[in-house]
Design a protein around this ligand. Sequence first.
Ligand SMILES: [Zn+2]
Length: 272
Amino acid sequence: MARRKKRRLNIKNIVLAVIFVIAVISAVIAIVLAVGNWGGSGETSSPSSESRQSSQSSSSSSSASSVVSDPDDSWQLILANPSNPVPEGFTVNLTDITGNYADIPALDNMKVDSRIVEPLEQMFKDARAAGQNLFLRASYRTVALQQTYYDWHINHYKGQGYSDEEAKEATLRYIAYPGTSEHHTGLAVDIISVDWQNSGQEIIDTFDQTAEAEWLKNNAHKYGFIMRYPKDKEAVTKIGYEPWHFRYVGKAHAAAIYNSGLCFEEYLDTLK
Ligand SMILES: [Zn+2]
């Protein structure tokens, strides 16, 4: 009798334990499924570039108003122009592009600010997917290198019979005075097409007739780059029209500049 009662108790305990274990397992499964649905949605739903782009653009547009006052993005807005040389001793962390990024065909010794490598690479990739083969023709320049370009052009014009003053004026139309080039920032790139590069012709403003220039003009802002020296803004920028020169300012600023039609100097004035 006592033995049977004991056995019945044991069976009852086992049944209770089994129910308890089933309850715990069910709860764990429910939690795992719930977490899986939330956290995994980005990976399980089709990761098309379109959906990723829309989530990116929505996050950048939602921060567009706050990003202007975010002190962390001030590096994106550094101004280098004929009346604003880069600060003396200005330094920037550079990444070597040439030979290291298969998606970015580039001239020798191309370097950019490390923070813009990812958007630059994405822009080149997406351009190629759209049938446009871009070529990185210029990037970071030291003041010393700018000086050699400047001197070369001065001598070139003088060799054609220009006076000192005329040579300087002609040179400064496209070659910034050493210290005032935006290429010193590491945020500026000259981009042409692979075809243009292979043709060996110099870079002139008829580059804007190419499909690559058209693509850049319409899409660069999506990656945070602006056409820095537009045709109708020469009086403001004091630099000739350069459909190949793009400057990284971050996606939010680039979208604002693109949509407003302002040039960089004018845009900076609106932030004051
Ligand atoms: Zn340039």
